[in-house]
Design a protein around this ligand. Sequence first.
Ligand SMILES: [Zn+2]
Length: 238
Amino acid sequence: MNPDLEKLLDLQEKDMTLLEVDQRLDEVLQEEQALDEAVVAAEASIGVAQRAVAEAVRRRIEVEGRVETYRKLQEGRRKRIEVSRPGKETSQLMAELDLARQVLAREESDWFRAQEAVQAQEARVADAEAQVEALIAEQVEPREALASRKTELEAERATALAARDESAEAVAKPLRSRYERLRGSRAPVAVVALTGDACGACYTAVPMNRRSQMRMSGMVDSCEGCGVMLYYLEVSTA
Ligand SMILES: [Zn+2]
């Protein structure tokens, strides 16, 4: 095999190794992201429950205000009854007092309901907080495993990158820049062997004269169909 082509194929092989390490590293990062997202989602439910508490408290304060107002009015009526002369005025005040007592009782039971709602929502906040805490605790081990896998893969990546760069140095400049351009713009496989009389990547037929040129020179040519660098691969007859 032409030594230039051999070096080019060696570079491509190293690049595929690097790509494979990158994919595994990417999987680890995605797994970490999934753990983060689970925590964010659980924390969001704390926020929802907290807003419900705030709303329940606002409602309770509203009812408290009304209860207070009715109590003061009742207090006023009682005082007026104390100083009124028995008669028409007093009985009218007594009737008002009775009526208002029922209203007040309704408002007070409203207040108890509002108070129960606050407590229920507070319990939801506590539940949601406990769930987040449990989730974070559950994630400790998987996160440690991911972190150590990441460290390993990063070391593996550094080795693969160094090997790749070393191979790249050995490839002739014009060939190398052609290869890098192809890799940068399209599929990771830039150098492809002919398959029979066609491109091994897109199966576009390659004219015989170009095929025999590739075979004789041992050098690469571009595929007219997909643009990859094509080469002739000697089929072993052994
Ligand atoms: Zn092609």
